[in-house]
Design a protein around this ligand. Sequence first.
Ligand SMILES: CC(C)(COP(=O)(O)OP(=O)(O)OC[C@H]1O[C@@H](n2cnc3c(N)ncnc32)[C@H](O)[C@@H]1OP(=O)(O)O)[C@@H](O)C(=O)NCCC(=O)NCCS
Length: 144
Amino acid sequence: MVQIRAFAEADTEAVVALWQEARLVRPWNDPHRDIQRKTTTQPEMFLVADDADSVVGTAMVGYDGHRGWIHYLAVAASQRGTGLGKALVGEAEAMLAALGCPKVQLQVRPDNTDVIAFYESLGYATYEAVSVGKRLESDEAVTP
Ligand SMILES: CC(C)(COP(=O)(O)OP(=O)(O)OC[C@H]1O[C@@H](n2cnc3c(N)ncnc32)[C@H](O)[C@@H]1OP(=O)(O)O)[C@@H](O)C(=O)NCCC(=O)NCCS
């Protein structure tokens, strides 16, 4: 039976492998460093779905005092379509609501717009906004 629980350090390599399988890893985001960072901030909101000691899903959740965010939502290909993605989002929403968070949002990359139908089925609506960002720390290897 799949259990949703908080991430533990021993999950690290399985989580990175899942993110690679789910094509969520990008060269500018080192997954190991992203995991390490999350262990310093609301670590209890980094969720994994555990199926007999195998990591089959993740959701990295956080509340910044204004909005709740979900990053790295992933379900193993072998478990997709079974309601696990919905369960992870539901658990994320419940944790955020318990903190008084009024709204949860997330970003979908332009090459992954098929997933919007999944979010719409969970009551999410798209809205127009331009994302603006600036890195404070580079994850890309520095060439000598
Ligand atoms: C997106 C993802 C997490 C969905 O997980 P999942 O476990 O397959 O989804 P669920 O089985 O919980 O589906 C929940 C609902 O969404 C619907 N749904 C799921 N994927 C869908 C899709 N691609 N298009 C339309 N509807 C979809 C399901 O039919 C279901 O509807 P229902 O409740 O009416 O039956 C999974 O496909 C995944 O890991 N994708 C790769 C990583 C990714 O793109 N993550 C999102 C980054 S923004």
